[in-house]
Design a protein around this ligand. Structure first.
Ligand code: NAD
Ligand code: MN
Length: 496
């Protein structure tokens, strides 16, 4: 049975919101006692005073994480034991699905139905998948001469810090902590200051599941304080990041200025979605293009924000696209029927609206949406927008907007489409729609992107790696490849 909006309101009344950091198995205030206010973009309500941790707290957390790592209390547990505990963690997340979904929605604005159907189950699934994998991965024996034994083993890297964004707060975190914990590392999670509440909440669930104290720590706070302190720390072995390309570059500098920690970056995107005239189903392509820009308020790293449409089907396609966008109307994020929730905060809202005016100024034609709406809720809502007549040189085709603003670019040939698709500093994802098998493969090969979708947009699960080419990042989340980030390879030569 689906909860109604008033069911969710009632649930909210009975919540006690935790806003403190979690270090060494317990909640604690920032050493400075500083807090910041966490307000909901859904309707402006006050949620919690959240600990604003800084360098001093980072030092404590790293020390605690290091001590837990060296003690072997987690790192030296049999993989099957870590698996058992992590599966219990996944189960506890599902057992608290409604509370976590409510926190995720109120904190960052996404529709409650998405939090329930996607964010919380996907988080549990990421933990379970990595847990299930960890007692099935074997190390290697090198093909040595007869008098040598060469062992190639993976060891946990040590202390892993992760800095994550606000668009899928728990999912993005779980893509990092699930493989890192499964591999035996100690972990420090720095959630976005815009969406800290679920990260703080699951720390208790991790402890309840049996993850030893000191192994999973959460430091809420700002990027330029606690985030920077972790990135500059001399005793953090690995820094895993998801966020903007600008901050990703900064983290590489911090690593170079400190201990050369491994830095793994999942950064921004400006993904092309290319519809050829011979697409198998134009209506399906239009629906995917609409969801590809409106889902999660367009706050998706892989949003198909550049829609490339072949000229011969343009006039037929645009009405299908505008119609498909009707399914994506902003509504109160706690209403179970809502498909487009609130934009994360005032600054992000202003940024989206500014890009919409830049699009108009540069000569693109706004053919749908683009207005702020539902102001009476006290929340931050904007109608998904479509620009026609966009060229790839325009600002709205070059910069990541991270909001529901679609740029429609018309092309004539496959060569031209590929050149436009690849003409971006980003290379996160791409879509191509055609019923010609050879064309699909050739085009997919030519695309410089970490994920390519053919005759669909935004498919995939835990089984395939996820990450970017070019300035969209390095390394990969998900799949067994993710373990590469959190393990060191050791070669041991034994003379026989
Ligand atoms: P952001 O880069 O502003 O912030 C990300 C995180 O970095 C936050 O936790 C923030 O506090 C922290 N941070 C900021 N300044 C810092 C500093 N100087 N030192 C250390 N940490 C610092 O990004 P955002 O606005 O939170 O998220 C949106 C971005 O995330 C978009 O660019 C989007 O494409 C990207 N993203 C990428 C993926 C992916 O997998 N490639 C997935 C989701 C989001
Ligand atoms: Mn928030």
């Amino acid at each position: 049975m689906t909860n109604t909006r008033s069911d969710w309101e009632q649930r909210f009344q009975s919540l006690t919101l935790e806003g403190r950091a979690f270090i060494d198995g317990q909640y604690c205030s920032a050493l400075s006692r500083d807090t910041f206010e966490c307000m909901s973009p859904v309707d402006g309500r006050f949620l919690a005073a959240v600990a604003s941790t800084d360098e001093a707290d980072a030092n404590v957390a790293v020390q605690v994480a290091r001590r837990a790592f060296e003690s072997g209390v987690w790192a030296k547990l049999a993989p099957a034991e870590r698996k058992r505990i992590l599966i219990r963690f996944a189960d506890l997340i599902l057992a608290n699905q409604e509370e976590l979904a409510l926190l995720e929605t109120l904190d960052m604005g996404k529709p409650i139905s998405d939090s329930m159907a996607i964010d919380i189950p996907a988080t549990a699934n990421a933990i379970r998948w990595n847990a299930e994998a960890i007692d099935k991965i074997y190390d290697e024996v090198a093909p040595t001469p007869h008098d040598q034994l060469g062992l190639i083993t993976r060891e946990p890297a040590g202390v892993v810090a992760a800095i994550v964004p606000w668009n899928f707060p728990l999912i993005m975190a779980s893509w990092k902590f699930a493989p890192a914990l499964a591999a035996g590392n100690s972990f420090i999670l720095k959630p976005s200051e815009k969406s800290p509440l679920t990260a703080i909440r699951i720390a208790q669930l991790a402890l309840d599941a049996g993850i030893p104290k000191g192994v999973f720590n959460v430091l809420p706070g700002f990027g330029h304080t606690v985030g920077k302190a972790l990135a500059l720390h001399m005793d953090v072995d690995v820094l895993a990041f998801t966020g903007s390309t600008a901050i990703a570059k900064q983290l590489l500098i911090y690593a170079g200025q400190s201990n050369m920690k491994r830095v793994w970056l999942e950064a921004g995107g400006k993904s092309p979605n290319v519809v050829f005239a011979d697409a198998p189903d134009l209506r399906a392509a239009a629906q995917a293009a609409a969801s590809g820009i409106a889902f999660n308020q367009g706050e998706v790293c892989t949003a198909g924000s550049r829609l490339l449409v072949e000229r011969s089907i343009r006039e037929q396609f645009i009405p299908l696209l505008v119609e498909a966008l009707q399914a994506w109307k902003p509504g109160h994020a706690l209403d179970p029927a809502t498909t487009v929730g609130a934009v994360v905060d005032q600054r992000q809202l202003e940024s989206v609206l500014r890009y919409i005016s830049i699009g108009k100024e540069q000569g693109a034609e706004l053919i749908a949406g683009g207005n702020r709406t539902l102001e009476d809720t006290g929340g931050l809502y904007v109608e998904p927008a479509i620009f026609d007549g966009v060229t790839n040189a325009m600002t709205i085709a070059r910069e990541e907007i991270f909001g529901p603003v679609l740029s429609l670019i018309t092309f004539d040939t496959a060569e031209e489409a590929l050149a436009i698709a690849n003409d971006s500093i980003f290379g996160l994802a791409a879509g191509v729609w055609t019923s010609n098998l050879s064309k699909a493969h050739t085009f997919a090969r030519g695309l410089r992107a970490g994920s390519v979708w053919v005759n669909q947009y935004d498919g995939g699960d835990m089984t395939a790696p996820f990450g970017g080419f070019k300035q969209s990042g390095n390394g990969r989340d998900k799949s067994l490849h993710a373990f590469d980030k959190y393990t060191e390879l050791k070669a041991t030569w034994i003379k026989l």
